[in-house]
Design a protein around this ligand. Structure first.
Ligand SMILES: Cc1cc2nc3c(=O)[nH]c(=O)nc-3n(C[C@H](O)[C@H](O)[C@H](O)COP(=O)(O)OP(=O)(O)OC[C@H]3O[C@@H](n4cnc5c(N)ncnc54)[C@H](O)[C@@H]3O)c2cc1C
Length: 408
């Protein structure tokens, strides 16, 4: 009898698990994807919707099409609860059973109980970015003030596109970034990258208010914790994420700060056939913690597909995941606007020594040798950050070709 594989979540990790099962031609299984959105949203490119550099259609993919081409059952609905002991879940009020489960439900914005947070525009989904763009277009002011709450990776990519939006439209707009932490990109342990990004955004006229949290949001201003205020015709919220409701409704799972704890095979701790990956999972292997990134979710999906392959042939899942994007060695490409990006690398552990070869195999483009050379330097030790157009083109290629090109 075929094993019934249920994947919850049609984002990066969910679609990649599907793809890996198809690529690996795993037999003896039937797959159902349950997700609450009809479309895969390529969120990592969404900030550019603000500056009109990319179209919404380029960043979304109809999962019905994937279901036809890859031959899996698609259910669009919200999973309300999961019982790992009974191998049952509830979706749209109906109970379903499964043999193997993969939970890949992402995260949701965290407003930290800030008063008036409903007046801020979240920046988490494709429709959030469409909304931000619409609000900017509707803004009929000579010198609008935009406040971005959160100076992390997402906040800065939004600032970049806001600055480009005003430049392209030949309008004056003032962008202020507020963050409770004293530094930009507090989660990115790379001082050089922070310095380059900070200086660059300041040179473009961005105002940074660091070390000050937002206490309250009003219609035309934000009130900070020290009582000072900052004018805000639009406030954009990019200040943090939290686990989605569903994680607290999984019977049989342990949670760490709301996120699902998994073992080194990415099995939910204590379970023999239910996996959790991506942003919703707390993945700590040999003392190293996985970064909540699309790039890491794609890698985790490969490990899960390999383990499902073993289960399908009656074996125990035994593949151990190797975290590729760790919190202590951040690697990312930050878009900073004006067709530039910062490649952020840090001292990379020895298991990544094959990185230049992997890059060579994955990416063919003129000038890539410089980036590969940069990666080699990273591996040899010093913390690395480089800024330029090539870095931006690399990111663009990953967003538009590598990520979207995975889908049938
Ligand atoms: C603006 C922005 C820029 C980013 N840039 C980068 C970047 O440059 N590089 C990078 O690596 N990462 C980036 N990230 C982070 C990246 O988007 C996440 O790490 C990634 O989306 C995690 O993948 P996932 O599969 O775990 O979750 P998601 O991709 O969020 O997918 C989760 C899916 O589950 C669905 N779902 C949730 N709850 C339920 C439920 N109860 N029932 C059914 N379905 C449900 C959701 O609708 C969604 O479709 C960025 C994030 C943002 C917001």
């Amino acid at each position: 009898m075929n094993k019934k594989i249920v994947i919850i979540g049609g984002g990066y990790g969910g679609t990649e698990t599907l793809r890996q099962l198809i690529l690996r031609k795993v037999e003896n299984i039937e797959i159902e994807l349950i997700t609450n959105k009809k479309y895969f949203e390529n969120i990592i490119g969404c900030a550019e919707i603000i500056s009109e550099k990319i179209k919404v259609e380029e960043l979304s993919y109809d999962l019905k099409n994937a279901s036809r081409q890859w031959d899996f059952e698609l259910t669009v609905g919200n999973v309300e609860s999961i019982d790992l002991n009974r191998k049952k879940l509830k979706v749209n009020g109906k109970e379903k059973t499964y043999d193997v489960l993969v939970v890949v439900v992402g995260v949701k914005p965290n407003f930290f109980n800030v008063i008036g947070a409903n007046l801020a525009l979240p920046a988490h989904t494709l429709s959030d970015f469409i909304n931000i763009h619409e609000k900017l277009i509707q803004l009929d002011l000579e010198n609008p003030n935009i406040v971005v709450v959160g100076a992390g990776f997402v906040g800065l990519e939004i600032v970049a596109e806001l600055l480009d939006f005003f430049k392209i439209k030949n309008r004056n707009g003032k962008v202020t970034v507020v963050d409770k932490m004293n530094s930009i990109m507090p989660m990115y342990n790379n001082d050089l990258a922070r310095k380059i990004a900070h200086e660059y955004f300041i040179s473009r006229g961005t105002n940074f208010l660091l070390g000050k949290g937002v206490k309250e949001i009003e219609k035309e201003r934000c009130i900070l914790e020290d009582g000072s205020t900052v004018e805000a015709d639009i406030t954009i919220w990019a200040a943090g994420v939290q686990s989605p409701e569903i994680t607290s409704k999984i019977i049989g799972a342990n949670l760490y700060k709301g996120y699902i704890e998994v073992d080194e095979r990415l099995l939910i701790k204590g379970s023999a056939d239910s996996f959790a990956i991506g942003d919703a999972a707390f993945i700590k292997i040999n003392g190293t913690i996985a970064q909540k990134m699309a790039a890491e979710a794609l890698e985790e999906a490969k490990t899960v597909a390999k383990n499902i392959g073993l289960i399908a042939y009656g074996h125990k899942p035994s593949f151990t995941h190797v975290i590729q994007y760790t919190t202590d060695f951040p690697k990312a490409i930050l878009s900073i606007g004006e067709d530039k990006a910062i490649l952020i690398g840090s001292e990379i552990p020895s298991y990544l020594e094959a990185a230049p070869n992997i890059l060579h195999r994955l990416i063919y483009m003129p000038g890539i040798d410089r980036i590969i050379d940069a990666f080699s330097k990273v591996i040899s030790g010093p913390k690395y950050a480089s800024m330029g157009t090539m870095e931006y083109l690399l990111k663009k290629k990953i967003v538009t070709e590598e990520i979207m090109g995975r889908l049938p």
